[in-house]
Design a protein. Structure first.
Lengths: 413, 140
């Protein structure tokens, strides 16, 4: 079989050797891990960076004058600088470490809500959002008597931007949409979304959880107010995430949670909070997570996000073609601009059944509603089967997946 | 047959497929297809047991001091598991149902379907079957 991947400047076998978990057997079969949209596996370089921190450098940051504390502080702040560089943010003070995308969004909902949302104001989300980018806004709207507006989808699973523009009004205070749909993989035209909002002086938050592992992101070029992502989806550990917030917001926002590390001075009558991101990072932060994230960003940048995007796109095209050859398979969101995610269903088979039989054959996919129940309601289905790729996946694995799927279809017929 | 006897029967039946997941799941799918249908009037939200992914509908009644269960699911593998649970627990006395430990699920190596993460509603279904047995016991 001719391997069309040879022309890319990317050695997948070399990369695979960096991921120890890919050698694990599942149900006595080599693991085919196609659930990268849920979380990505970690390369040795990331695991080692975390281990090194605990073996040699563990100490609390921003507090001690002793050598280890200063070392840990330097690594933590270097990690912030690495994220700044990765996102091309104007200043490292615009990078706030959180537990993940969900906390990043909650932080903005809390602080922006307090500062800017009043009764009758409107917040715009879309029909394809992950629950994490719906619920914080829904709660905020309930609390403030504000109104949640929803950008509808077109029939092919893209955001209806004409309808979006009609939703923007003098009452609209914030637009919160995903960069890439976690369920469909559809890449939204975020520059157009931001431009339309900016014309009316409306702030924009982008959920970058599914975009960040697959493409270069330049927050200054996008010109969004907030960009959120999770470390664990970009080959870094769980429990670390990022909120990029434009400097003016970092300055204007009050604290999110308060506690140690967030202050300049404290007294019982008056507390002065720290400037910059420390104001939002109460308590001892996830230092190992930040270090792991920096190692992961370094790792992926060594490969090059353009190379990653091109390779993953080949995997996706290959899979899409193979899926389309199977009878009774329906792909959701089958559009040209997608990022490493394919959602589909098999006629008359419940996604849970298909997922169970794939698992028995060592193929890990995600089934269900993908924390996007409104999207499932749009299609009137209980869920989908989602395959999502990382750069360590191969065409050979896709062939294994397709034959496993053929078996599932046969068994469930 | 007692609950323990039915469990033993199922364990022996599944022994045939001990090392063959494919045959085991084909059997489970067949069991699912053979599950007597629940009366459509009971396929309502009142009777639904929600898993994260697949749904189970369960109806319980008491006839001559024994609990009769009927159920359905929208996923066929879940339905196969439901069929096994009904085979074991239906037409039994409430006290026997309440005391059943259902070790057969472990013995036939389908325990993974009872982990809360399987999201198929089976754990909740077993709980509901026992709760119904307890409630109906009071009506004897």
């Amino acid at each position: 079989m001719q391997d069309t991947l040879h022309h890319t400047a990317f050695n997948v076998e070399k990369v695979r050797a960096d991921f120890p978990i890919l050698k694990v057997l599942v149900n006595n079969k080599p693991l085919v891990y196609f659930d990268n949209g849920a979380t990505a596996q970690k390369p040795t370089q990331v695991i080692d960076a975390i281990a090194k921190y605990y073996y040699e450098e563990n100490s609390n940051i921003h507090r001690g004058v002793h050598t280890l504390s200063q070392k840990a502080t330097t690594h933590y702040e270097n990690a912030r600088a690495a994220v700044q560089k990765h996102l091309n943010a104007a200043d490292a003070n615009e990078i706030i470490f959180t537990r993940g995308t969900t906390e990043s969004i909650n932080l903005v909902a809390h602080c922006f809500g307090k500062l800017c949302i009043e009764r009758g104001d409107e917040i715009v989300v879309s029909e394809m959002e992950h629950h994490s980018n719906i619920l914080p806004w829904q709660l905020l709207c309930e609390e403030k008597g504000a109104v949640l507006k929803v950008i509808p989808l077109t029939d092919n699973g893209e955001l209806n931007l004409a309808e979006y523009k009609k939703l923007l009004s003098a009452k609209t205070k914030l637009v919160a949409v995903t960069h890439v749909s976690n369920t469909l993989g559809v890449i939204n035209d975020i520059k157009e979304i931001v431009a339309a909002a900016k014309q009316k002086n409306i702030a924009v938050l982008l959920d970058g959880a599914q975009a960040i592992p697959h493409m270069a992101v330049d927050v200054q070029d996008i010109d969004c107010d907030f960009y959120c992502f999770s470390g664990h989806k970009i080959y870094a550990p769980t429990g670390i995430g990022v909120l990029y917030a434009k400097a003016k917001w970092v300055e204007k926002f009050g604290p999110y949670q308060s506690g140690g590390g967030t202050i300049k001075t404290v007294s019982f009558t008056k507390t002065v909070y720290a400037d910059g991101p420390l104001k939002f990072e109460a308590g001892t932060p996830n230092v190992e997570g930040a270090i792991g994230l920096a190692a992961a960003l370094h790792y992926i940048n060594e490969i090059g996000l353009d190379v990653v995007a091109a390779y993953e796109n080949e995997l996706m095209q290959y899979t899409t073609e193979k899926l389309k050859q199977l009878p009774n398979v329906k792909i959701y969101g089958d559009v040209p601009h997608k990022a490493a995610v394919i959602s589909f269903n098999v006629n008359n088979a419940h996604p849970f059944d298909v997922g169970t039989i794939l698992d028995k054959q060592g193929v890990a996919v995600r089934t269900g509603h993908h924390c996007a129940q409104p999207l499932m309601q749009h299609y009137n289905i209980p869920g989908t089967i989602r395959v999502s790729f990382g750069f360590y996946n191969t065409k050979q694995e896709i062939d294994i997946f397709i034959s496993a799927l053929e078996k599932a279809i046969k068994m469930l017929a | 047959m007692s609950i323990a006897e039915v469990e033993q029967e199922i364990v022996e039946e599944f022994d045939l497929f001990a090392d063959d997941w494919e045959q085991k799941y084909e059997h489970l799918i067949e069991l699912g297809k053979s599950l007597p249908l629940i009366d459509p009037k009971y396929k309502t939200d009142d009777h639904i047991i929600k898993g994260c992914q697949s749904k189970v509908w369960l109806h319980s009644e008491i006839v001559n001091g024994k609990i009769i269960y009927t159920a359905d699911s929208d996923a066929i593998i879940t339905k196969g598991m439901v069929a096994l649970m009904i085979r074991v627990l239906s037409n039994q006395k409430p006290d026997d149902i309440l005391n059943a430990n259902l070790g057969f699920i472990d013995a036939i190596d389908l325990k993974e379907h009872l982990s809360p993460t399987r999201a198929n509603g089976l754990v909740s279904m077993i709980k509901q079957m026992k709760l119904d047995a307890l409630a109906l016991k009071g009506k004897i």
